[in-house]
Structure formats: C-alpha cells, structure tokens
Design a protein around this ligand. Structure first.
Ligand SMILES: C[S@@+](CC[C@H](N)C(=O)[O-])C[C@H]1O[C@@H](n2cnc3c(N)ncnc32)[C@H](O)[C@@H]1O
Length: 412
C-alpha cells in the first residue's frame, strides 16, 4: 500500500525541528550516494527507460500478472526514477518543503516520490488512459492531455508515454501532454525525468502553477487527475477537477470518469484487522466475504464526474469558508450493535471504460475511519468537532473546500 506509506511519511513533515534537520541530512546523503554510481549517463537513461517500458508492458498485458512480479517491476521503476531525481540536485528546502495551500496539502517531492510504486492505482489509471487515448485518436489526428498535480514523476503518464514511444504505438504528433505542478521541486524533477526518458517531443508544457488557477491556452481532450488521499480528505482533487473541467472540449473526457465516495458503519476489528490476517496484501480481490457482510453500508456521499462537477453549487459561509452540498443519507434503524460501530469513508474510482481502482487497491480508495462521528452513543466530552446522531436520523453531508478539505456531516 504505497499511498498508505505516503500517509505515514506525511507526518514526517511535522516532525520535531531538530529531528527534521537530521532527516533532511539523511535524505540528501542517500540521494548523493546515488549520484556516485558508476554508470554513464547513456547507460542510466537506457535502464530508466527500460524500467518504465517493462512496468507498462506488464500492466497493459491481457494476461494475469502475479502480484510479486508487478511489485518488482514497479520497485525497479521507482529506483531508476529516484536516480533521475538525484540528478536534479534539489536543495534540501525544495526536496522536503511541504505545506497547506488554500485548497489542500502540497506534498513535498520527497514524500511524493513513493506514489510511483502504488501499483494498482497506476494499473487502473494506465489501462484506463490507454483506452481513452485509443478512443480519442479514432476520431482525431492528435489530442491534448492535461495532467495537473502530476508530482515529480508524473507516474500516470510518463511510463505510458515511454511505452508508446518504445513500441511506436503513438507518436508525439498524435499526443501532446501538459504537465502542471505547483511545487518548484516537483517541476525541476519532472524536467530532469522527461529529459532522461527522452520524451521531450511528447511534452507540450511543464508549468509551475496552482492547478486550481491554471488556464490552459488550448482546449483539452483528456484531463488526467489524481490528487486524492483516503477518505477523500487532505488533497485538492475536487477543487482542481472543478476548475479544470471547464477547459475540457465539449466531448472531452475526465480520467477518472467517476469517483464514488461512500460511507459505512463497521466493526473496526473485523474491517481493519481480522480480514487481513490470512492474506498477503490488501486488495479489493482479497477482501473477506464475512467482513463485507458484516458492514452496514450507508450509501454514496458524493459522486464526482464531468457532469456533477459542471453542475456543482458552492456555498460560502459567513467566515468565508466554502462548502459543496453533497448527498443526504438516512441512518438505518434496525442495527442492534450500531453503538459499537465506527463510521468510515471509502472511494471507488472508475478511471475509464471498465478500468478501476477499488477499495483497498490503493491508499486513495482505502477506507478511512472517522472517529469524530458518534451514532447511538455520546462521547464522554463533547467537542465541537464531534458529530452525534441516532439511528433513523437523516444526515446531510457537505464537502469543505479549504486547506484541509473533507466532509462535514450535519443532522437535518
Ligand atoms: C501525491 S503527489 C503526486 C500525485 C500524482 N498525481 C501521482 O499520481 O503520483 C501530489 C502532487 O500534487 C501537487 N499538487 C497538489 N495540489 C496542487 C495544486 N493545487 N496545483 C498544482 N499542484 C498541486 C503537489 O505539489 C505534489 O507534487
């Protein structure tokens, strides 16, 4: 679960200042040691390109590939991408700076680098993007793809472009890609990686800009976006999608074509511990039937696609905080052990056609327990952040657009 690992890494951004300095020192030492390896530039680039092509060949293959084979290929891709990052020679500040913007967390390149190992997220996206490109190029000689908040490695597109170039599937005349990221460290790394992969011809633009404000100067055929964390919190997926969807061609597609965020009441021990004891890795295919049956599904809290984004209404509260009204759910009445359950939110991502990232396939879809929600039970000390309701109540969800985006439930 690489994004889960990222979530853990995120907490490092708030470490004790002295420890933080040591940490930065060790990161630089690791990167510098990579630079000392004995291969020539050409050899390093060839190995990097091969690792990107190999990972995509497995992901796009029609036959089932073993988990450990995929993990190994993605680990190799990661190692080569990090070597390219080392060549970019980012300062400590650029490598580790992480902050909260008006619309969400801006993760440091150091923490973002792990997302290229998030195998099943990249698989779901790459297979979806591949079909979308194929579909678009049936009707147009060339298309423009925008990938905002792409991070230092743009892992949802650069591996795919490497594969297309190697296999001569699509030329740079057919595909033009715009890469946008607000973090200067991510942009410097991206430029180095694109150069090392020799993909410059496919890249129309690499821009350092806030994706919630960026205005492309040409209409977009495909918008590829993944700026999510589990429980649909922290990162600015919704704000970015809501802004950029306006620049899609009338028949342009968003990838993911649909994100469904759902709520459930679970027995924490069953959902998060027992069902994973007998399996090697967490994945939607490995979920236990009895754990699934034990859940109390509450239904969809929000649904995000091109059409819902274009129709989304934003409310501004008195203190300037913006919220988006999401769905209402009715808490079921007949659950005897409701007071022992915790509320959790998970996502199901349909990238394109039948391709998807299911719950537990990645940190972005992983269920997130929300311990501030109390149903049929009252917390000992009620704080203003607690939400207390009873079975049978109707709950309206709002999505808060702020530096810490997330859901706010309100009793109707
Ligand atoms: C988790 S990383 C990379 C995510 C990437 N899509 C992937 O698939 O791995 C998140 C990146 O999004 C960028 N980002 C977050 N919010 C942004 C925004 N509003 N505008 C531009 N970049 C943003 C951060 O700077 C960071 O480099």
């Amino acid at each position: 679960m690489e994004k889960s690992q990222v979530l853990n890494d995120v907490s490092l951004g708030y470490a004790d200042p002295q420890i933080d300095e040591l940490l930065k020192h060790s990161i630089r030492t690791q990167l510098e040691s990579l630079l000392k390896s004995q291969v020539t530039v050409e050899q390093r680039q060839k190995l990097l390109q091969k690792s990107f092509v190999d990972a995509m060949a497995l992901v796009l293959s029609g036959s089932k590939v073993e988990h450990k084979v995929l993990i190994k290929a993605f680990e190799t891709m990661y190692e080569h991408a990090v070597q390219s990052m080392a060549q970019a020679k980012l300062s400590q500040e650029l490598l580790t700076r992480q902050y909260i913007s008006a619309t969400g967390l801006i993760m440091s390149p150091h923490n973002c680098k792990h997302t290229i190992k998030d195998v099943y997220r990249i698989k779901g996206y790459a297979r979806g993007v591949d079909q979308a490109i194929q579909g678009k190029l049936k009707h147009k000689p060339s298309i423009t793809i925008l990938y905002p908040a792409c991070g230092p490695f743009a892992p949802l597109l650069l591996p795919l472009l490497s594969y297309y170039k190697d296999m001569q599937t699509y030329s740079a005349k057919q595909l033009q890609v715009m890469l946008v990221d607000v973090h200067p460290g991510a942009v410097i790394t991206l430029r180095q990686l694109v150069k090392d992969l020799q993909l410059e011809d496919y890249i129309a633009l690499i821009e350092e800009a806030d994706a919630t404000e960026f205005k492309p100067d040409t209409a977009i055929d495909l918008l590829v976006l993944e700026a999510m964390q589990h429980g649909f919190t922290k990162e600015g997926q919704l704000s970015i999608a809501k802004h950029l969807v306006k620049f899609l061609n009338i028949d342009g597609w968003m990838i993911p074509q649909n994100v469904s965020v759902r709520g459930m009441m679970v027995i924490g021990e069953t959902e998060f511990n027992q069902q994973w004891k007998q399996v090697d890795y967490s994945h939607s295919n490995n979920m236990a039937k009895d754990a699934l049956q034990d859940r109390v599904e509450l239904g969809e809290i929000i649904n995000i696609n091109k059409s819902t984004l274009l129709n989304m209404q934003e409310l501004e509260l008195q203190d300037g905080i913006k919220v988006i009204p999401a769905n209402q759910i009715v808490l079921p009445k007949d659950i005897t052990d409701m007071s022992q359950r915790i509320f959790a939110v998970y996502a199901h991502v349909e990238t394109f056609a039948q391709e998807e990232v299911g719950q537990y396939d990645s940190g972005i879809t992983h269920p997130r327990p929300d311990t501030s929600v109390y149903i049929d039970i009252k917390p000992k000390d009620i704080e203003h952040t607690h939400f207390v309701a009873n079975s049978g109540d109707t709950v309206q969800f709002y999505y808060q657009i702020s530096g810490l985006p997330g859901f706010v439930p309100v009793k109707v």
